[in-house]
Design a protein around this ligand. Structure first.
Ligand code: SAH
Length: 433
């Protein structure tokens, strides 16, 4: 199974290589490997990951050629904006402005996020999906995530792995277990980008993680994203020098008061500084927040969307808050599915160029249909859970996570089949335009 299409290097421009994919031109940084014109390579997130032997590349391209253009046709059909919409006049006026690339005002975003009428909502999703195709075609990014420790010294009020949840069995994967999991993800399933996530585990300090990243990078051709909470400027630099090129760090909410209430001893300012520092260090940043926190309003969520867009991240990750029974928020409610779909659609309007994840939490909220509906509302990325089965159920940030008992093999097969139905290629061209 392959999660990237090999591209052919046609030249160099400044510090970047120029890559050809079925006649389309892309650019990528080349930090890791020696390449020359004529080489076939895999790229992810704008970085060249490895050189592919010519024979292998040609075989894969041959396989992809027909499928690729067939999938594009399906996507084109599903993302057309045809027929007259029955949406209200105001909704149509705002969305028509979005289609023309005009700036949408704050109150207009709030209007869209609060839509209740079915025709209005459907038109919003259609417009977002149309914009997605216009800028990204049918490429879909498939990352894997490995949750290597559920120990956490923090006490975030909503999170099931918070320190005070004494009923949760705790685990910490060894370096050998993590390396094995990475190897199988890369060699068996063809993943090109992996996220390593954990709680804030004092046993896995910055130096230990940096050493691990270095080993992973030495032994595997893969783009590594780190998601271990706040590590400060020095910590980020160590991760970068070890070979990581991305971070996944949500700011959770951009409402300072809600942030302070939910995160004892932490502040929104600190979190935002960490994200900005990650960008300055050169990381690809994946960020976002939760939707449906107790006390959060539509205005708050619109601020979150605009706050995230102002960071110009590589990828947006916004999911629903889901109550965990062993937290102070046990009795609170999740938001309705539509609220998340509208958030995805608004992100697409706010930043047509960014990638947007259809999250596992969205799928958990609406099993079977959730992920695909996210894709039809503007999303174009997904993450599959590669945490070994015996640990996965204990990474319980919220209960009943959708892939808790689904093998990696089955997750991959289901993902590929879902994407095919939607005409999406389970691949990321992997390089900037
Ligand atoms: N220690 C890392 C990873 C935290 S867990 C960090 O600080 O970034 C990963 C994500 O799970 C969090 O960013 C949060 O958005 C999400 N999460 C936690 N509890 C949740 C809940 N009850 N419902 C939905 N998502 C939750």
């Amino acid at each position: 199974m392959c999660y990237a299409i090999p591209g052919k290097i046609t030249g160099f421009q400044d510090k970047k290589v120029i890559i050809d994919y079925f006649g389309e031109k892309r650019y990528a940084h080349n930090d890791f490997v020696k390449v020359k014109t004529g080489d076939y390579i895999y790229a992810q997130g704008g970085f060249v990951i490895n050189v592919v032997p010519e024979k292998e590349a040609r075989e894969i391209l041959e396989f992809w050629k027909e499928t690729f253009f067939e999938l594009r046709k399906v996507d084109l059909r599903l993302s057309k904006l045809e027929g007259k919409s029955g949406a209200s006049k105001r909704t149509r006026a705002i969305l028509d402005a979005a289609l023309e690339g005009r700036k949408i005002k704050f109150e207009e975003y709030v209007h869209l996020l609060s839509l209740e009428d079915t025709e209005d909502k459907e038109y919003l999703y259609k417009v977002a999906n149309f914009i997605r195709r216009k800028y990204h075609k049918n490429a879909c990014c498939v990352h894997g995530i490995i949750e290597f420790s559920n120990h956490c010294s923090n006490n975030c009020l909503y999170c099931g792995i918070r320190k005070d949840n004494a009923s949760l069995p705790r685990y910490r994967m060894t370096e050998a277990e993590i390396l094995d999991t990475v190897k199988s993800a890369v060699d068996t399933y063809g993943f090109k980008a992996l996220v390593l996530q954990s709680g804030e585990d004092p046993e896995y300090d910055v130096d230990r993680i940096a050493k691990l990243i270095k080993r992973i990078r030495t032994e595997n051709d893969v783009l590594i994203f780190i998601s271990v909470g706040e590590v400060g400027k020095t910590g980020l630099k160590k991760f970068y020098d070890a070979g990581a090129r991305g971070t996944l760090i949500r700011f959770e909410t951009s409402n300072e008061n809600i942030y302070a209430r939910l995160h004892p001893g932490d502040s929104l300012m600190r979190r935002m500084k960490e994200i900005e520092e990650a960008k300055k260090t050169g990381f690809l940043v994946l960020t976002g927040g939760l939707v449906g926190f107790p006390g959060q309003t539509d205005e708050d969520t619109v601020k979150d969307i605009l706050n995230a867009a102002a960071l110009a991240p590589e990828m947006y990750s916004f999911g629903p808050f889901i109550p965990h029974p062993q937290t102070p928020f046990a009795e609170k409610q999740s938001p309705p599915l539509d609220k998340i779909l509208k958030t995805i659609a608004l992100l697409r309007i706010a930043d047509p160029m960014g990638k947007i994840v259809s999250t596992t939490a969205l799928e958990t909220l609406a099993p079977v249909e959730g992920r695909n509906r996210g894709f039809m509302a503007g999303a174009n990325s997904m993450m599959l859970n590669l945490t070994p089965d015996n640990y996965r159920k204990h990474y319980q940030i919220y209960p009943g996570r959708i892939h808790e008992n689904v093998s990696v093999d089955l997750q991959v097969r289901e993902a590929v089949s879902d994407l095919r139905k939607l005409g999406r290629a389970p691949t990321d061209l992997g390089a900037g335009v």
